[in-house]
Design a protein around this ligand. Structure first.
Ligand code: NAD
Ligand code: GLY
Length: 367
């Protein structure tokens, strides 16, 4: 596909076949054009289902269905409860069962319409249904547009922890419509901005000042800029083997520990990541020579956007460390931490020890 006026297309290269790739399209109003865009893709000609959740479906499923019907598809809608609890084996079984009932076969495809939960659940269902069918991602949260819909990570949670089951299953097509972000409640909009701050810190410092604190018309350029950062990283290290993709975990080691130790739901993901960024900045100051000025630029951006900076409401340091020990990023007893030498220059470090981390956490809680 070549971009039309006001449309950005970002190419993501993948490895299964040399030279294979998929496109991420960003444009206001894309949802209503989805049917004709999907029709142009050679792998997306069979029957299809739309997977969504019970908050997103009432807002956008009809518009998507109309667009697909106009392009000659007869999609069935499968709806699951909104929220993290739907990333479960039980819900996956339910979804796959409904796909069988809907008559989907190996030539069919799945459209994930929603946030990261739907993208991860739908992506995993597509990865395993009939040993793999194509996936279209139509992300409707900031996290999903700038992060989870791109790069092919799919997965579910187990009672023992988050994202412990999953697979890489690259989408055939991603359609990001920034107009859908307008209906996000303010807290959900704000938390998504933490991933933009992360992208800015590791790759694009000039973006720090340009992230808007609330929905505005013309969000498409900044969404596209973030997708381009994610796309470049996952193109360079699709399966997270060289360490480059792991840079996307900046702020996430402590962020995940906060989410987990506090109990999922107390902090939204992006709120926990904001606190994780504060810790990672302080560690970068102590261990990687990050300047006070650079750290301050990120902190001030988080503050301007209304993201949390204060660690005191988070679980105590010992609880965070206990939670980190169960994290995938805690390998062979070593904490893998992404640190910054300067804005835009991130690296993966194994030099963060538990005593240093405890000291930094205590220090930040005392400040
Ligand atoms: P989410 O999917 O739970 O969406 C947040 C809430 O917003 C939900 O209640 C949803 O119903 C609602 N919502 C979604 N779009 C809306 C819209 N346009 N208007 C109104 N309400 C809307 O959460 P999320 O933050 O999008 O994603 C978090 C999930 O993504 C986590 O499970 C996380 O593990 C996963 N994730 C995956 C990757 C990856 O690479 N696969 C990356 C980052 C996050
Ligand atoms: N969200 C991190 C990754 O996709 O690798």
């Amino acid at each position: 596909m070549t971009p039309t006026q006001n449309q950005t297309i970002i190419e993501v290269k993948t490895s299964p076949t040399p030279g294979s790739s998929y496109q991420v399209l960003v444009e206001d109003g894309l949802l209503t054009k989805a049917g004709s865009l999907i029709r142009q893709h050679p792998a997306l000609q069979g029957s299809c289902v739309i997977l969504s959740d019970d908050r997103v479906a009432p807002l956008y499923a009809q518009s998507l269905t109309n667009s697909l019907q106009n392009a000659g598809y007869a999609p069935k809608l499968i709806t699951v409860p909104a929220g993290e609890k739907s990333k479960s084996m039980a819900i996956l079984e339910e979804v796959c069962g409904q796909m069988v009932t809907a008559g989907l076969d190996r030539s069919s495809f799945l459209i994930a319409l929603g946030g990261g939960v739907i993208g991860d659940l739908g992506g995993f269902a597509a990865a395993i249904y009939f040993r793999g069918i194509p996936l279209v991602q139509i992300p409707t949260t900031i996290v999903a547009q700038v992060d989870s819909s791109v790069g092919g990570k799919t997965g579910l949670n187990l009672p023992q922890g988050k994202n412990l089951v999953g697979s890489f299953h690259q989408p055939a097509l991603v359609l990001a419509d920034p107009l859908t972000l307008r209906s996000l409640p303010p807290r959900e909009f704000t938390e998504g901005l933490a991933e933009m701050v992360k992208h800015a810190a590791i790759r694009d410092p000039a973006m720090l000042e340009q992230i808007p604190p609330a929905w505005t018309p013309n969000l498409a350029p900044i969404i596209a800029r973030n997708i381009a950062i994610k796309a470049a990283i996952v193109t360079a290290d699709e399966k997270e083997t060289t360490g480059e993709r792991a840079l996307l975990n900046f702020g996430h080691t402590i962020g995940h520990a906060i989410e987990n130790a506090a109990g999922y739901g107390k902090f939204l993901h992006g709120e926990a990541i904001s606190l994780g960024l504060i810790v990672a900045l302080q560690l970068s100051r102590q261990l990687a020579g990050l300047s006070a000025e650079d750290a301050c630029a990120v902190q001030q951006t988080l503050q301007r956007l209304g993201l949390p900076l204060d660690l005191r409401p988070a679980p105590p340091p010992e609880a965070l460390l206990a939670s980190m020990r169960t994290d995938k990023k805690f390998s062979a007893g070593q904490i893998r931490f992404v640190l910054l030498r300067r804005l835009g220059d991130a690296f993966l470090s194994s030099s963060v020890t538990e005593p240093t981390l405890l000291e930094v956490l205590e220090q930040l809680r005392a400040d």
